[in-house]
Design a binder for this molecule. Structure first.
Ligand code: FUB
Length: 316
């Protein structure tokens, strides 16, 4: 006969196996990026490979999952690694993806092999599940191009946004948020790198648009909370919106991505809730994101259940 504590442990393991969150239960996954394409949502994550008790990130590859209902996920494996960028030395850190003219552009953080510091690469594919190849054979942004802060990791966490007029923007940064226009080819900056002073900005700048308003979300303070600002354009000016998600209990980072899927909005983030999880062993999760009648984003609680199933018609 099982003792109550054994039963409780079994019950919680079974609940986790059936729960929607974390999305991936057999490996640790971090820094979610998302793309909705042809009625299917694709989730891109970095694989956290740090051993139990590890003291730093070990991240060598990105992995892709997809879903037709935000509940059941298909594993598409790893379509690219940091080593896809021959000029990179290590670190498959946070990424973002968009589609333009039938091609999929994947912007990602890696550590540059010869220019000290983090850098942003861009890879391209004909499919959302890859394989991806380096689009330009060099960094799109490297640490020597930005002098706003002295740290080596200020050029991380790219987020890409294409406005309704076709202009594409790249946002990124740690400590200081930066943005630049992208040329229509999506693989060259178009003009200068700008900086924006944001209250206690840490990282994970992300741009989305809802009912004509531009929302800039980011990770604030450390441990990070997810907050947002609103503006009348993709470049601001920005007005404080509020907190979306409270900091994690056992992980200082939280890294969000926001997409619309089948008539609803969703926020992806990561936490340390998978058994054995922690600072360098994180797990991607998803919740529904709701707006108030005034356009304010309502606070989001992390749940084990995740969002209700939302079957996308025609998604196969
Ligand atoms: O995963 C490595 C770094 O941690 C990411 O680039 C940040 O957003 C934070 O999540």
């Amino acid at each position: 006969m099982f003792k109550p504590c054994v039963l409780a442990a079994l019950f919680s393991a079974a609940s986790l196996a059936n729960a929607a969150n974390p999305i991936v239960k057999n490996i640790f996954t971090a820094d979610p990026a998302a793309l909705v394409d042809k009625g299917r949502v694709y989730l891109y994550v970095g694989k956290d490979e740090a051993p139990a008790g590890g003291k730093d990130y070990v991240m060598n590859e990105w992995r892709v999952y997809s879903s037709c209902d935000m509940k059941n996920w298909t594993d598409h494996g790893s379509p690219l690694k940091y080593s896809t960028f021959k000029w990179a030395g290590r670190d498959a850190w946070a990424s973002d993806i968009t589609k333009r003219n039938g091609k999929y552009y994947f912007y990602s953080t890696v550590d540059h092999a010869t220019i000290p510091g983090k850098a942003i690469g861009v890879a391209v594919s004909d499919s959302p599940t890859g394989p991806f190849v380096d689009a330009i054979g060099k960094a799109l942004v490297s640490n020597d191009m930005t002098r706003q802060s002295a740290i080596l990791w200020d050029d991380i966490d790219p987020a890409v946004f294409i406005d309704d007029d076709g202009q594409a923007y790249l946002y990124w940064g740690n400590t200081v948020m930066k943005w630049a226009k992208l040329k229509p080819n999506m693989v060259e900056l178009d003009g200068p790198i700008h900086t924006v002073g944001l209250d206690q900005f840490t990282e994970a700048a992300y741009l989305h648009k809802h009912k004509g308003t531009y929302y800039l979300t980011y990770s604030r303070q450390f441990p990070e909370e997810t907050v947002y600002m609103t503006g009348p354009s993709a470049t601001g000016p920005w007005t404080w919106g509020g907190q979306i998600m409270e900091p994690n209990a056992n992980v200082k980072t939280i890294h969000q991505a926001i997409v619309d899927f089948n008539g609803k909005s969703y926020i992806f983030y990561h936490n340390g809730k998978l058994p054995g999880g922690g600072e360098f062993r994180r797990s991607a999760a998803v919740e529904e994101l709701r707006y108030g009648p005034d356009g304010k984003i309502l606070k989001v609680a992390q749940t084990a259940e995740g969002p209700a199933a939302n079957p996308s018609p025609g998604c196969k």
